[in-house]
Every structure is written in structure tokens, then in C-alpha cells.
Design a protein around this ligand. Structure first.
Ligand code: FMN
Length: 478
């Protein structure tokens, strides 16, 4: 079982001023003082590559410590993802394993012919460009498939199988199947079946949780990360403020913030007394003025401005707003909707908050969709549905964040939800209202209720608000 050593697509080895430089799409390695035989061996790595053992023999023949140096060069090129190992059948590549982080070091693994192996529950196959790739949030490497039989072997690994059984089920030779399996074992994408029970901590991680975590944090991914403005030059940035939807408009009360600065309870008191309150005063529901004050404190647009930004893809004009809570990149992608069941002064239904004019826009009357949104929140909080007053739904215009940020866009959105939740809790406490965050909701139901396209704007959080039992209701207009 031997592997082909091969350069990644787009990597170009070149001699520059006496140095040997390998430039690739995701890294660069400079090697110096190389023997001509080593340079010749490096040139043989161009796809489809050359047999790893044959190259080692050729370099080893130089003597004088050339072989350990060769392995050192290969290690550096491997960790930068510039070279990979291909499992093959008579020189035809089946799949190639590349590092996605410098933590990946190559060590050969030899599958035993009489043992059974199975795919990791974290491994998955997807298309990238014109290639199939196998990845896993547990792995520091990516397997690029070059042959459809390699994909069949991945499928065959869903159930425990020996190398010979895998060969039979995939149409590969035992040699080819064993080589491919060795790459999967090395990448921690497969393991021996039924040996060690899964580590108890790892067991708690669902596939999607670990994938989201590893792909939105640095460490085991080679994807571009952070503010790359990847769509600059392709289409304009989605606006800071969404166009106001069609519907009846309800102007909202605007409190005097300067007066509140003098009369509000101190921050330390608010922080100490903040609680999730799941009991509402059904005799005296929340008022539209209180909803107005609450949304003014939490969500209003305080300022709008336009800025020309210098991005790696050229200058871009982008508009920004300022609101009472912070967001990454000052992007403010969250929209707030109010599903109203009972509120003094507001007809039940679903409303969008227009944060610039500070008004509500009625996007749907009371009906099954709004009732289902409220019912969902009632179930999550164990509050009888008939006692709910107002449910705020936070919906994210994800494209606004993803236009600028790569790898972290959705993670940022969820962080913003947390920021808004706490801002809502503090405002509710200061106002003597009952508030409670809701941990889950139905994004499809919201899309239907609000009539917004799922990919453009999707619900990411919910917060219940109502009048507080036993609390003298503070009239926001006083
Ligand atoms: C992100 C988040 C999600 C929550 N989800 C729910 C929920 O679905 N149902 C519920 O009754 N309470 C929910 N809560 C409220 C918590 O249960 C509550 O904050 C916790 O028990 C601590 O109590 P306290 O808020 O009164 O200090 C949530 C709170 C947060 C911050």
C-alpha cells in the first residue's frame, strides 16, 4: 500500500533567487540549500504526483542526511496544505488527503485485513466546485475525491466492513480500498468499528453543533475568515435598514430618553432584579405606549450615515446605522416583529417594527399563522397560550452580515441575538414589565407568517413581553 505525493491544485513550485518556493492558494513555503536531486523530486510532485516511497529512495541515495531533511520538507509542505497523499490504483488517483490546518501531520496508518471499519458520524461528503470532498469537524484534513468509486467506498463505510468487503461494495481493488481507508483513518474520518466507546464529552456533540463550531472558529479550517467583503464588486451590500413593508402603520410613543436617564432605576438595581418572568397581569395587559417605549429603548435607529470603505476588492459605499445595542461591524441585520395577542391599543396580529420612523407596520392580521407563533412560544415557556400578550420575533437579514464576513456570519447573528435579549431583559426590568427569552422557534412558520423569503430574512430568536403581575403598571406617557 503506497501513496502518491501530489501538489494541490493551483500550487506552483519555482526557484527564486536560489530559493525553492512553493506557492499555493492557501500558503507558501520557502526551502533553501536544496540538492539538485531534491529539487528534481519536488518537481515530480505536480499532479498526479509520484510514488512516495520511490521519491524517498531517490532522495535517500544522496546520503549525507538528505532523507531526514526530505521528510522535514514534506512535513512543512503537508501542514500548509500544499501537498497531499493520494490513494491510487496503478497510478490512477482515487482520492487525495490535504491538511486544512498546520496541526495535521502525516503518519501512515495500515488497516488490518481482518478488522471492520466504519465512517465517523461526523464525516460528510459534499460538492465543492467540480470536486467531491469528504470533511469532518473532528479532522484537520480534507479528502478530495478523484474517482466515483471513492464516493462508493464512503457510502459502503456507513456499515462496518473489512477492507475486502469495502473493495467488493465499491468496485475498487483491495489494494485501492485499503489505501483509501488508510487515508480516512489518518484523517479521523473513519475508525475501527465497535472498539472504543465514544468519549463522553464528544458524545454530547451533535454533528451539526460540532460542524458549526469548528467552521465558525479558527483552528481546523482553511476557509477565509472574518471581514473579507467576499461579495464586494459582485452586488451591492444589503442596506442597513430594510425597506418598510406594506401594511397599516401605527405610530409609536417615543419616550424622553433624557428624562429616563434621570428617573430610571440605577443599572445595578436593574441588573440585580432582572428575572425571566412567565406570569402576566391578565387583568391589565401591556399598553401600546409601553410597547413603543420598549422598542424605542431597544431597537430604534439613532443615527444613519454612509461611508466609503476601502476593501481588498476595491472601494465600496456602505450605509450604517447606530442603535442602542452593539453589533459586529455595526451591521444591524436584525429586524424585530411583534406577534400581538393582547395589547391595550393594538389590534392583534403580526407587526414589523420600523426602527427609523419608530412605528409598527401590520404585516398580517390575527389568524392561524400568528396563533401558531404564539403557541410555539407558550409551549417553550410553559405559559398558557391564552395568557400571552406580546411575542417579539427577531429575524436576521443574514445576507447583510455574510456580504462582509466569511466563516463567522451566522455565528455573529446568534451573538447579536444574545445582545438583543439582554437589552430587552434590562429594558423590561427598568420598565416594570415581565419579559422572558425563548430558546427556540419555527423559522419556516415565521417566513409564512411574515411573508419574507427564508434566505433573505429568517427568524433567529423570540422574546415574550407582558404586564407584570403585582407591579403597578408604569404608564410610559407619564
Ligand atoms: C438564550 C435564552 C433562551 C431561553 N429560552 C427559554 C425558553 O425557551 N423557555 C423559558 O421558559 N425560558 C427560557 N429562557 C430563560 C431562562 O430559563 C432563564 O434566563 C434562566 O432560568 C435564569 O433565570 P432568570 O432569567 O430569571 O435569571 C431563556 C434564556 C435565554 C438567555
Amino acid at each position: 500500500m503506497g501513496f502518491l505525493l501530489t501538489l494541490c491544485n493551483g500550487a506552483s513550485p519555482a526557484e527564486e533567487n536560489g530559493l525553492f518556493v512553493v506557492n499555493g492558494p492557501k500558503g507558501r513555503v520557502t526551502l533553501r540549500d536544496l540538492e539538485p536531486e531534491v529539487i528534481a523530486a519536488l518537481h515530480r510532485l505536480a499532479p498526479p504526483g509520484a510514488d512516495e516511497d520511490a521519491l524517498a529512495d531517490a532522495v535517500g541515495a544522496i546520503g549525507n542526511g538528505a532523507l531526514p531533511r526530505w521528510f522535514y520538507y514534506l512535513d512543512r509542505l503537508t501542514r500548509r496544505g500544499l501537498i497531499g497523499r493520494s490513494a491510487h490504483e496503478s497510478g490512477t488517483r482515487l482520492a487525495t488527503l490535504f491538511a486544512v490546518s498546520p496541526a495535521f501531520a502525516w503518519k501512515p496508518v495500515r488497516p488490518a485485513p481482518d478488522r471492520q471499519y466504519a465512517l465517523s458520524r461526523f464525516a460528510y461528503l459534499r460538492r465543492e466546485g467540480n470536486e467531491g470532498v469528504v470533511e469532518s469537524p473532528q479532522s484537520h484534513a480534507r479528502l478530495v475525491l478523484q474517482e466515483s468509486r471513492a464516493a462508493r467506498l464512503i457510502g459502503a463505510l456507513a456499515a462496518p466492513a473489512t477492507p475486502a468487503e469495502l473493495a467488493e461494495r465499491s468496485g475498487l481493488t483491495t489494494e485501492g480500498a485499503t489505501g483509501l481507508l488508510a487515508l480516512l483513518l489518518r484523517a479521523e474520518m473513519a475508525s475501527e468499528a465497535g472498539t472504543e466507546p465514544e468519549d463522553p464529552d464528544l458524545r454530547t456533540w451533535a454533528f451539526h453543533d460540532l460542524l458549526f463550531h469548528t467552521r465558525s472558529r479558527k483552528g481546523r479550517s482553511d476557509a477565509p475568515y472574518g471581514g473579507t467583503y467576499r461579495f464586494a464588486g459582485q452586488f451591492p451590500p444589503p442596506p442597513a435598514v430594510k425597506p418598510v413593508p406594506v401594511g397599516d402603520r401605527v405610530p409609536l410613543f417615543k419616550p424622553d430618553i433624557r428624562a429616563l436617564e434621570r428617573t430610571d432605576p440605577p443599572l445595578a438595581w436593574v441588573q440585580e432584579h432582572r428575572r425571566s418572568v412567565r406570569e402576566f397581569d391578565t387583568t391589565q395587559p401591556i399598553t401600546v405606549a409601553q410597547v413603543g417605549e420598549f422598542l424605542f429603548r431597544v431597537n430604534r435607529v439613532k443615527e444613519q450615515r454612509e461611508t466609503e470603505l476601502q476593501t481588498v476588492r476595491g472601494p465600496v459605499v456602505m450605509d450604517f446605522v447606530s442603535r442602542p445595542y452593539p453589533t459586529g461591524g455595526s451591521l444591524y441585520e436584525l429586524e424585530i416583529y411583534a406577534a400581538v395577542r393582547t395589547c391595550d391599543g393594538l389590534t392583534p396580529g403580526l407587526y414589523a417594527h420600523d426602527p427609523v420612523a419608530h412605528r409598527l407596520v401590520r404585516v398580517r392580521g390575527r389568524g392561524p399563522a400568528v396563533d401558531e407563533l404564539l403557541g410555539d412560544a407558550a409551549e417553550s415557556t410553559a405559559i398558557p397560550a391564552g395568557e400571552l400578550q406580546v411575542l417579539f420575533v427577531l429575524a436576521a437579514r443574514v445576507p447583510r452580515v455574510a456580504w462582509k464576513y466569511e466563516s463567522i456570519a451566522y455565528a455573529l447573528v446568534l451573538k447579536h441575538v444574545g445582545v438583543v435579549y439582554q437589552t430587552m431583559y434590562l429594558a423590561a426590568t427598568a420598565m416594570g414589565l415581565a419579559g422572558c427569552a425563548v430558546g427556540g422557534g419555527d423559522a419556516d412558520l415565521f417566513a409564512r407568517a411574515a411573508g419574507v423569503p427564508y434566505a433573505a430574512e429568517t427568524s433567529v430568536g423570540e422574546f415574550l413581553l407582558g404586564s407584570k403581575r403585582g407591579e403597578p403598571a408604569r404608564d410610559a406617557r407619564e
